[in-house]
Design a protein around this ligand. Structure first.
Ligand code: DGJ
Length: 774
C-alpha cells in the first residue's frame, strides 16, 4: 500500500516499509527502508542538522540550514553542495551541468508500465509518481515507486522530460538512488566469466566508491546486475541485507559509495559508459526498473522475496507456476556432428528414459557445418537433414517428444548469404575492420530493417513446425559499435537492447505458448530483462556439477530454481576434465530445470537404469523442485554445500561434497522449516556406487580374485554397482531441526552397506515428508 501523509510518503508491503519526506527546501529526504514499521509519526527518522560540518556548503533557499552533502536523499542533483556520487548527469543547452530538482506534486496510480519498450512486472500494482522540477533548466523528473500485490519488493525507476525549447543530453541516469544512514556493510556480487558465471564474492566496504558493471553490450557473465549489501556478520539466516537487481539486459552499472559521515549511497541503472541520450523539447527518457528488497533474517529471506517476485511478476504469464519440461539437448551430445538418423536415435533413447522434449541445438540450418559460417541464414541444412525440418519434427513428435529449436537471432557470420546480401546489417564502422568473436558479427538492432528481418525469418521457420520451445542464444560481446540509424552514437547500446526487446515481444506475441530459454554462451545474459520474455535461462556452458554448485548457488541469491536451466552431461567434463559421479551430476541439476546433454546410447545398462529413476524422481517432485522455497545452508565445512527446497510438508535436501577428507567428522543434518510438533519421515534416495570407483580395492571385497580393470570387471560394472548406504528415520520436526545424526561416512576402514560412501564429488538427496496419520 502507498500513502501520502504530507510531507511524508509511505510505502508498505507485507514485510517492508519505505519512507521519505519532502524537505522545506523541496528535495526529498530518505527516511527509512527496512522491516515494516507501524509508527504514524516520523520525527525519530529525520537527520537532525544544526551547524553542518567543516567544508560543507549551505544550500541557499529560504534560509533553511540545509547541507545537502550531509542528508540522506532520494535522488541527488549536481552542483548544489552534494559532492557524493550523483545518479544523473545532464548537459544543459547552455553547456552547464548543474541541476537541482525540487518537489512539485505526486500521484498514486495503477502500476506504471513502460511506454519506451522496457520490460515491466506483469502483476497488478500501485505506483507512486513524484514529480520534481528544475525551473531554471526547464526539466521535469519523475521518480516512480511501484509495489506489486503480495510482493516484498519495491520497484523504482526515473523518467526525465525536457520542457526546454533547446535539446539537452543525458550522460548518466540511474534508475534509483538509496542513501543508507550507516556504513558498516559488505558488498556481495556475482561475478565470473564463461564457464564460471555468478560466483559469489564478498568484499568489505571502506571510504570510496565500488562499481559493479558491464560494458559488453549485455548484462554479461562478468558481473550480474544483482548485488547484495549485507551488514557485517550477516549470513544465510541472520542479519540485515538489502538486495538490488536491475530489470535490464544491457550494459549496467551498480555503484556503492561510503561517504565521510557514516553513510552509504547505492545506485543502479544503465551504464554511463559511452552513453549519451539527446532529448529534444517534449521528449522523455525512461530508465529500466530497479528492484529493491530487504531482509532482517539473512540472505535466505531476501532470496525468497526475489524468487517470489520473479515467479509471480517477471516471467511471462503463461509460464508463471507452469511446470517446465525435461529436455534432451543435442549440443553436448553431438556438437556439430549429427544427421537425421543420429537425432532420431537420440530422441528414441530419450523417450524411453522419460524425457519430454527434444531440443535441436546449433547446426541445423543452411551452411552451418561448424561455427565459421551460416549464422543469419535460417533455412534448413539439407546436407544434414535431407528430409527437411517438418519431417524431422513429425518423427520426433511421433516418438512422443515435443520439439524445440535453437536460434542465434542477433548474429551473422561474414560467410553467410545474409551478410553477402546485406553487409550493412552487421555492426561495424566504415573503414575499420570489425573484430570477430566466435567468427561472427553482431546484427545492428538499431536498424528497423534488421529488426524486421529477424522477426520474419524466425517466424517463417516457426510457422512451419509445431514448436514448443525456442533456445535463444547470443555468443559474442559487442565491439565496433556504430549504427547509421542513430542521431548520436551514445544511444547505441540502449537502442540495441530496445531492439532486442521489440523482437522478443513480437515472437512472444505470435507464439505465446512457446517456452523461450535464453542463453548467451551460457549465463552471459542472466537477468530480469531476459526473464520477462523467456522464463528460463541456460545458466552456464559448464555442466560439471562441482562448478555448477558455485554457479547455481550464486544465481540462487537472486533467481528462483524455475529459471535455472541445468543439464546432466557426460564425464569427464568437457569444461574441466573432471570426472564426477552420475548421481551428483543429477543431484545438482535436480535443483533447477532438469535436462540432459548426452549421447544416451553411450550410457551403460546400469547408468540407463539410474537415469530412468532420476527422471521418475524429478517428475514426482518437479513442482517442489521448480517452485518450492529454496534455502542455502551456512557452510560449516569447507568441502560441503547444502541446499533445501520445500513446499508444504515436503522438503528436499541436497548434501554435496567437494573433495573428500580422510576419516571425516561425524555429520549432522539440520533440516529447516519443519513443524516441531509434527512427525516426519526422513530418507535418502538410493544411489548406486560404480564398481570402477573402487579400482584395485574391489579385490578386497570380492571372494574371487579378478583384475579390477580387466574385461570381466568392466563388463560386470556395466550392469552392477554397489548400493550406497541409505538412511531412513522417523522423528519429530523438533528433533530433525535440532539435527539428525547421519550414518558414518567412509573412513578408509572397508566397505559396509551401511557406511555412506562419500568420495570426491559425492552427494546425496534427502527427502523429508510429513508422516500421514492413518
Ligand atoms: C552456446 C550455448 O551456450 C550452448 O549451449 C550451445 O547452444 C552453443 N552456443 C551452440 O553454438
Amino acid at each position: 500500500m502507498i500513502r501520502c501523509q504530507f510531507p511524508y510518503f509511505i510505502l508498505e508491503t507485507e514485510a517492508l516499509s519505505y519512507l521519505f519526506g519532502v524537505m522545506p527546501t523541496g528535495q526529498l529526504e530518505h527516511l527509512y527502508f527496512g522491516k515494516k514499521i507501524v509508527d504514524q509519526t516520523y520525527d525519530a527518522l529525520h537527520t537532525k542538522l544544526t551547524l553542518g560540518a567543516g567544508s560543507s556548503i549551505l544550500y541557499e533557499r529560504n534560509e533553511a540550514k540545509v547541507f545537502l552533502d550531509l542528508m540522506p536523499l532520494e535522488y541527488s542533483g549536481v552542483g548544489k553542495g552534494d559532492f557524493r556520487l550523483t545518479p544523473m548527469e545532464v548537459k544543459m543547452p547552455d553547456g552547464t551541468f548543474v541541476q537541482d530538482f525540487v518537489y512539485q506534486s505526486y500521484t498514486i496510480e495503477k502500476a506504471f508500465e513502460s511506454n519506451q519498450g522496457l520490460p515491466a512486472p506483469t502483476k497488478e500494482g500501485q505506483s507512486l509518481i513524484i514529480t520534481l522540477v528544475d525551473d531554471h533548466a526547464q526539466l521535469e523528473l519523475k521518480l516512480i515507486y511501484t509495489l506489486y500485490e503480495g510482493q516484498n519488493i519495491i520497484a523504482r525507476k526515473a523518467l526525465l522530460s525536457n520542457k526546454n525549447p533547446n535539446p539537452i543530453v543525458i550522460r548518466k541516469m540511474m534508475s534509483f538512488m538509496l542513501d543508507v544512514s550507516r556504513s558498516d556493510f559488505d558488498l556481495m556480487s556475482f561475478d565470473g566469466g564463461w564457464i564460471k558465471e555468478t560466483h559469489r564474492h564478498i568484499r568489505p566496504l571502506h571510504y570510496g566508491t565500488y562499481v559493479i558493471d558491464s560494458t559488453t553490450g549485455s548484462s554479461s557473465n562478468r558481473h550480474n546486475p544483482g548485488i547484495i549489501l549485507m551488514e557485517k556478520g550477516c549470513h544465510e539466516d541472520y542479519g540485515v541485507c538489502i538486495g538490488i537487481n536491475l530489470m535490464y539486459s544491457g550494459n549496467h552499472y551498480e555503484a556503492v559509495q561510503i561517504t565521510n559521515h557514516g553513510m552509504m549511497r547505492v545506485m543502479s541503472g544503465i551504464n554511463p559508459h559511452c552513453f549519451e541520450w539527446p532529448l529534444n523539447q517534449g521528449e522523455s527518457f525512461e530508465t529500466p526498473y530497479a528492484i529493491l528488497s530487504y531482509s532482517n533474517q539473512g540472505f535466505n529471506l531476501l532470496s525468497t522475496h526475489f524468487h517470489d517476485f520473479v515467479n509471480e511478476c517477471v516471467v511471462p504469464k503463461p509460464f508463471q507456476k507452469t511446470l517446465r519440461p525435461i529436455v534432451i539437448n543435442s549440443w553436448e551430445a553431438f556438437y556439430f556432428d549429427f544427421n537425421e538418423n543420429k537425432l532420431l536415435k537420440l530422441a528414441k533413447d530419450a523417450q524411453s528414459l522419460g524425457i519430454e522434449l527434444f531440443v535441436l541445438d546449433d547446426g541445423w540450418f543452411k551452411n552451418r557445418m561448424d561455427d565459421t559460417s551460416g549464422l543469419g541464414d535460417y533455412e534448413i541444412n539439407s546436407k544434414r537433414l535431407k528430409k527437411g525440418l517438418p519431417s524431422l519434427v513429425k518423427k520426433i513428435n511421433q516418438k512422443g517428444l515435443d520439439f524445440g529449436l535453437w536460434f542465434e537471432p542477433e548474429m551473422v557470420n561474414p560467410d553467410s548469404d545474409l551478410y553477402r546480401n546485406h553487409p550493412e546489417y552487421a555492426i561495424k564502422i566504415e573503414g575499420r575492420t570489425p573484430s570477430l568473436g566466435r567468427n561472427q558479427l553482431v546484427l545492428d538492432l538499431c536498424n528497423p530493417e534488421v529488426i524486421q528481418y529477424i522477426k520474419s525469418s524466425m517466424k517463417h521457420v516457426m510457422d512451419q513446425i509445431p514448436i514448443r520451445y525456442l533456445k535463444w542464444d547470443m555468443n559474442r560481446h559487442i565491439t565496433d559499435f556504430y549504427s547509421p540509424h542513430l542521431p548520436n552514437q551514445g544511444m547505441f547500446f540502449h537502442r540495441y537492447i530496445l531492439g532486442l526487446y521489440a523482437i522478443l515481444n513480437h515472437i512472444r506475441h505470435h507464439f505465446p505458448d512457446v517456452l523461450i530459454e535464453t542463453c548467451s554462451s551460457g549465463g552471459n545474459r542472466f537477468d530480469l530483462g531476459m526473464l520477462s520474455y523467456g522464463p528460463q535461462i541456460w545458466a552456464s556452458d559448464d555442466t560439471d556439477p562441482i562448478e555448477r554448485l558455485k554457479i547455481q548457488e550464486g544465481l540462487s541469491y537472486l533467481y528462483p530454481q524455475s529459471t535455472i536451466s541445468a543439464h546432466v552431461s557426460p564425464a569427464p567434463h568437457a569444461q574441466t576434465l573432471r570426472h564426477t559421479p552420475l548421481s551428483t551430476r543429477f543431484n545438482v541439476a535436480n535443483f533447477g530445470v532438469l535436462g540432459y546433454e548426452y549421447r544416451l546410447s553411450d550410457l551403460s545398462p546400469l547408468e540407463k537404469g539410474e537415469v530412468k529413476s532420476q527422471i521418475e524422481q524429478y517428475k514426482r517432485y518437479r513442482e517442489i523442485l521448480q517452485f518450492g522455497k529454496f534455502k542455502r545452508f551456512n557452510k560449516n565445512r569447507s568441502n560441503q554445500i547444502r541446499w533445501q527446497i520445500s513446499h508444504q510438508d515436503t522438503h528436499i535436501i541436497g548434501n554435496f561434497q567437494t573433495l573428500a577428507e580422510a576419516s571425516p567428522d561425524f555429520d549432522t543434518l539440520h533440516v529447516k522449516d519443519l513443524n516441531p510438533k509434527q512427525m516426519y519421515h526422513l530418507r535418502s534416495i538410493k544411489q548406486s556406487f560404480p564398481l570402477s570407483r573402487f579400482g584395485h580395492l574391489i579385490s578386497h571385497a570380492l571372494p574371487i580374485k579378478l583384475k579390477h580393470d580387466g574385461l570381466i570387471m568392466r563388463t560386470i560394472g556395466r550392469y552392477r554397482g554397489l548400493d550406497n548406504a541409505t538412511e531412513s528415520v522417523t522423528a519429530s520436526g523438533e528433533i530433525l531441526m535440532n539435527g539428525y545424526r547421519m550414518k558414518q561416512a567412509f573412513m578408509g576402514t572397508g566397505y559396509d552397506p551401511n557406511t555412506r560412501l562419500m568420495g570426491d564429488f559425492d552427494s546425496q538427496i534427502y527427502i523429508v515428508e510429513k508422516v500421514r496419520e492413518t
